[in-house]
Design a protein around this ligand. Structure first.
Ligand code: SAH
Ligand code: SF4
Ligand code: F3S
Length: 482
């Protein structure tokens, strides 16, 4: 049983990244902003940076010189929260040199624990939930005056549509655009509906404008983000349920239509999106993907379990058969599509046979990549209230390891099938291992590494794949296409 395997997987979802030094100015109060969790959280941190930049802050990556330390947190699994608690203790050391420094918790853990965070953690001065970031300057002011401050109100409208995120953390080539916030699904294991509130979609015009702006600023890839992008529906604002008439529905913009609008507005930009939900992913979306060259041929389609009884307990609202049918639709409409997934081992009452169904589903789908987790019970969720977390930790871990072992083989086989093929790579920058090599991704989201020669970040290069590991394709540039 290898607990590190679990950690390694979790680390692949980005953890604890800090924004670099502002290049623009050295005057102003200094903000140290660290982020955990999913892409949506990282995208939110860019909104936070934008709001605080307008309030006179500059970012720093040096904790010791920070006036304000903010940590944008994740609550999805217990170990994600433990990591943040450890960090808060470390952050507190800055108060020794700078007693006026302010430490704040943002994001999903702030929303889940609310004022408990102020009570339990003597280390925290402000607590701000995901829909309250516009209030940050006020909350910081209150804290500067010596009082603790909290705003964890969730909103039915907030999409931060008018805020232009500060793109400090990325490579200058790929950027995120949030298209929905919140989630209405209530999967029984999941804390997100409680930490992020009701689902709401963002005005498509503001999405298109943001995409165009990114292109003009040199970005070459965007990822449209939402907990369930397929349920995107814009009808002039507010919650989806507020659409009543057929006439309004006819005027509404769905995800397939949004995707097409964006593809047409920035025809040279690579477009990705995440996350798709098997119950909502339509053929219309797949057809739009097939039609536009600039929409990447890659779908992240979390399955969670390969067994229909477990899926029902999880309240995922699809069966094993339905999932296979969606995979068949992807293969039919987009034959060269990369497919990845999320899997949870050891959900309440899962039997060995049901776990074996997850393994057989993986084998049948032949995923290119997967994020794999063992079940972690979360307070307030449907599962916590209704079911017993009855699978022993060691069984969860053993099953998780079987899932990871299988996926390692499937990833290797998937990569081996690509040896000998030529892919267009959008170059992101030097490879992690050597500055003599560049790394980028193909349309299917696989990382490809190749000798640098004269090639540049931000360009498209055709690369012949010559060898591979389970994680990476290695090759040589054959031509520079653009
Ligand atoms: N909105 C996305 C997923 C968001 S959370 C979707 O619907 O697929 C990312 C992943 O974390 C989930 O897909 C799930 O695999 C995992 N996850 C969520 N809650 C979990 C829990 N309580 N224990 C273990 N893994 C969990
Ligand atoms: Fe959580 Fe389910 Fe919503 Fe995904 S779709 S965020 S797993 S409730
Ligand atoms: Fe974590 Fe919140 Fe994202 S709980 S996974 S940061 S939506």
């Amino acid at each position: 049983m290898d607990i590190l395997q679990d950690e390694k997987q979790i680390d692949e979802q980005r953890q604890g990244e800090v924004y670099p030094e502002s290049k623009t100015s050295s005057v102003g109060r200094k903000l140290f902003l660290e982020s955990y969790g999913c892409q949506m959280n990282f995208s939110d941190s860019e909104i936070v940076a934008s709001i605080l930049k307008a309030d006179g802050f500059v970012t720093t990556n040096n904790l010791d010189e920070a006036d304000v330390v903010l940590v944008n947190t994740c609550a999805i699994r217990d170990n994600a929260e433990q990591r943040v608690r450890n960090r808060l203790t470390e952050f507190n050391r800055i108060k020794r040199n700078n007693p006026n420094a302010i430490i704040g918790v943002l994001g999903c853990m702030a929303e889940r624990l609310k004022s408990k965070l102020l009570e339990e953690e003597q280390l925290v001065d402000i607590v701000v939930g995901p829909d309250a970031y516009r209030d940050l300057p006020n909350l910081l002011k209150t804290a500067e005056e010596g009082q603790r401050a909290i705003n964890v109100l969730l909103s039915k409208e907030e999409t931060y549509a008018d805020i232009s995120p500060v793109r400090l953390g990325g490579n200058g080539i790929s950027a995120w655009i949030s298209i929905t916030r919140g989630c209405d699904n209530m999967c029984s294991f999941c804390v997100v509906p409680f930490t992020r509130g009701r689902e709401r979609s963002r005005d498509p015009e503001t999405i298109v404008e943001e995409a165009k702006g990114l292109w003009e600023n040199g970005y070459r890839e965007i990822t449209l983000l939402g907990q369930n992008v397929d349920s995107y529906l814009w009808s002039g604002g507010g919650l989806k349920k507020e659409i009543y008439s057929q006439e309004e529905l006819d005027k509404a913009v769905n995800f397939a239509q949004l995707l097409e609008k964006v593809a047409l507005a920035v025809p040279q930009m690579r477009i990705r999106f995440s996350t798709s939900h098997p119950k909502d992913m339509t053929d219309q979306v797949l057809e739009v993907m097939a039609r536009y060259e600039n929409i990447c041929k890659y779908i992240h389609l979390p399955v969670q379990s390969g067994n229909s009884r477990v899926l029902e307990l999880m309240n995922r609202q699809y069966t094993r058969e339905w999932y296979f049918e969606r995979i068949a639709a992807i293969r039919r409409i987009i034959p060269n599509c990369g497919i990845s997934t999320d899997i949870i081992s050891g959900f309440c009452t899962e039997t060995e046979e049901e776990h074996a169904d997850t393994l057989s589903l993986m084998e049948k789908v032949q995923y290119d990549f997967a994020y794999m987790f063992r079940y972690s019970e979360r307070p307030k969720t449907l599962a916590e209230r209704k079911y017993k977390d009855d699978i022993p930790e060691e069984t969860k871990l053993r099953r998780l390891n079987e899932i990871i072992q299988l996926q390692n083989r499937l990833s290797l086989e998937s990569n081996q099938r690509d040896v000998g093929k030529i892919f267009t790579v959008l170059v992101e920058g030097p490879s992690k291992r050597s500055p003599e090599y560049l790394a980028g991704r193909n349309s299917q989201n696989k990382v490809i590494v190749f000798p640098k020669e004269h090639h540049l970040a931000g360009t498209h290069v055709d690369v012949l794949v010559e060898s591979c590991t389970a994680a990476t394709l290695l090759g040589t540039a054959v031509t520079q296409t653009k």
